[in-house]
Design a protein. Structure first.
Length: 154
């Protein structure tokens, strides 16, 4: 897979995300893919469940992205998600995705973002006060995982 093919695969992925197309996103992962960020650590079909749920609930959702790097089978994408969390808290989340591809599908995705900043925006006062604490992050992860019916991040 060339750098151009990687760029095309990443563009397909982030265009589906920007169009809130969770079904297409689900199909763009390998069956045994892994996904990890500050809240989730998922494998296989759990990833598609996450996207379907998050995109289905998101209000005023938009995405902008820049493919920062597209090499043979790997890429780095800087993207920003804007949405209303719980329908009332405006969030601007800046995310760095490191992606490994297998035959044009995402095999591994690790997203990094500033959890305390996100928590302050999404969760208001509790997020501002406790967002930097590990116990708070685990509590948020547990609640989010329960909402998706997937195991919480260890």
């Amino acid at each position: 897979m060339s750098g151009e093919e990687t760029r095309a695969a990443l563009t397909r992925f982030y265009e589906a995300l920007s169009q809130r197309d969770g079904a297409t996103l689900s199909r763009l992962y390998t069956p045994d893919a892994s996904f990890e960020d500050s809240v989730f650590k998922l494998r296989g079909p759990e990833i598609g469940k996450m996207w379907m749920s998050l995109l289905g609930r998101a209000k005023d959702f938009s995405v902008s992205y820049t493919i920062a790097q597209a090499k043979e089978k790997t890429g780095v994408v800087e993207w920003t998600a804007r949405y209303l969390f719980a329908g009332k808290h405006p969030v601007v989340n800046v995310i760095l995705s490191e992606i490994e591809l297998d035959n044009g599908l995402v095999a591994r995705q690790v997203d990094t973002f500033d959890f305390p900043r996100w928590a302050a925006q999404a969760l208001g006062t509790p997020g501002k006060l406790f967002g930097r604490f590990r116990w708070f992050r685990r509590a948020v992860s547990k609640k989010a995982a329960a909402g998706l019916g997937v195991p919480p991040k260890p």
